[in-house]
Design a protein. Structure first.
Length: 252
C-alpha cells in the first residue's frame, strides 16, 4: 500500500538524515554515515531512503552529478515499490539536482510527471509544489514562458485552495517572472499580489525575491515606455521613422 508502515519508516530515515544536515553536520560526515547505514540496511526501502539522504548531502556540497545519480536510484526504487510519498520526495531531490545542473527542461519533465502522480493520489499540496517546480524549470530552460505561466498559475490556485500563503506568494512570483518578457504589466500585477501574500508569512527570503521580481517588471515597463516614446518622436511628420545608423568604426 501507498502509506505502509515500512514507507513511514523509510521517511523517518530520510528525515533523520536531513536533520543531520540541518543541525550543521558537514556533508562529508553525513555521507560517511550514510555509507555505513547502507552496508547495514536489510531491505530495499531502507537502502533507497539512505540513497536519498546521500543525494541531499551531495547537493549540499555542490556535487550535482552524483546527487542526481543517487536521487534517481532512490526514485526508481520507490516507484517500483509503489511508495508514493517517498517517490515524491525523491522526485523533488532529482529536480533540485537537475536545476543545479541548469537542466531546466529535464527538471520540468520530472516535475510534470510527479505532479500527475500527486494528482492521482489526491495530494493537493504535493501537486502544487510540483507544478511550481515545473514552472521554475521551464523558466530556467527559457523555452516556453507561456507554459511556465500556466503551471505557475495552476500551482497558485492549488496553494490558495489549501490556504498555503507562502506557496501562493512563490507561485505568484513565478507567474510574474514568466510574464516579464511578453507582458510586463501582468508581471507587475502578479508581483504586487505576491507582495500582498508576503504580509501573512514570515520569510524574508521570499519577500526579497518577490521585491526583486517586482523591480524587474517596473524596469521592463519603463524600458518599453521609453522605446515607444522614442518611436513617437522619430515618426512625427514622417511616413517612416528616421533612423540614425551607427558609424562603422575606423580601423586605420
Amino acid at each position: 500500500p501507498t502509506n505502509s508502515p515500512r514507507a513511514a519508516i523509510a521517511m523517518e530515515l530520510v528525515e533523520q538524515g536531513r536533520g543531520w544536515l540541518q543541525e550543521g553536520e558537514p556533508p562529508s560526515a553525513v555521507l560517511q554515515e550514510v555509507e555505513d547505514q547502507l552496508k547495514a540496511a536489510a531491505d530495499n526501502k531502507s537502502k533507497a531512503a539512505w540513497k536519498l539522504v546521500a543525494a541531499e548531502a551531495l547537493l549540499a556540497q555542490g556535487s550535482a552529478g552524483e546527487a542526481l545519480e543517487n536521487a534517481s536510484e532512490a526514485l526508481a526504487q520507490f516507484k517500483q515499490l509503489a511508495e508514493r510519498n517517498c517517490e515524491t520526495e525523491s522526485a523533488a531531490v532529482v529536480i533540485n539536482a537537475l536545476m543545479m545542473k541548469q537542466d531546466g527542461a529535464g527538471a520540468a519533465e520530472i516535475a510534470s510527471n510527479a505532479a500527475a502522480v500527486c494528482h492521482s493520489e489526491g495530494d493537493v499540496v504535493g501537486e502544487a509544489w510540483m507544478l511550481l517546480r515545473k514552472a521554475r524549470g521551464l523558466l530556467v530552460a527559457m523555452e516556453d514562458p507561456y507554459a511556465a505561466a500556466e503551471a505557475a498559475i495552476a500551482s497558485c490556485m492549488l496553494f490558495r485552495k489549501v490556504g498555503n500563503a507562502e506557496g501562493d506568494a512563490l507561485a505568484l512570483e513565478a507567474t510574474a517572472r514568466a510574464h516579464l518578457l511578453y507582458d510586463p504589466e501582468a508581471a507587475l500585477k502578479a508581483g504586487r499580489e505576491a507582495l500582498e501574500a508576503c504580509h501573512s508569512i514570515r520569510n524574508p527570503k521570499v519577500r526579497a525575491s518577490v521585491q526583486q521580481t517586482v523591480a524587474a517588471a517596473k524596469a521592463q515597463i519603463a524600458t518599453s515606455q521609453h522605446a515607444a516614446q522614442a518611436i513617437s518622436y522619430s515618426c512625427r511628420g514622417d511616413k517612416t521613422p528616421q533612423y540614425k545608423w551607427p558609424k562603422v568604426p575606423q580601423l586605420r
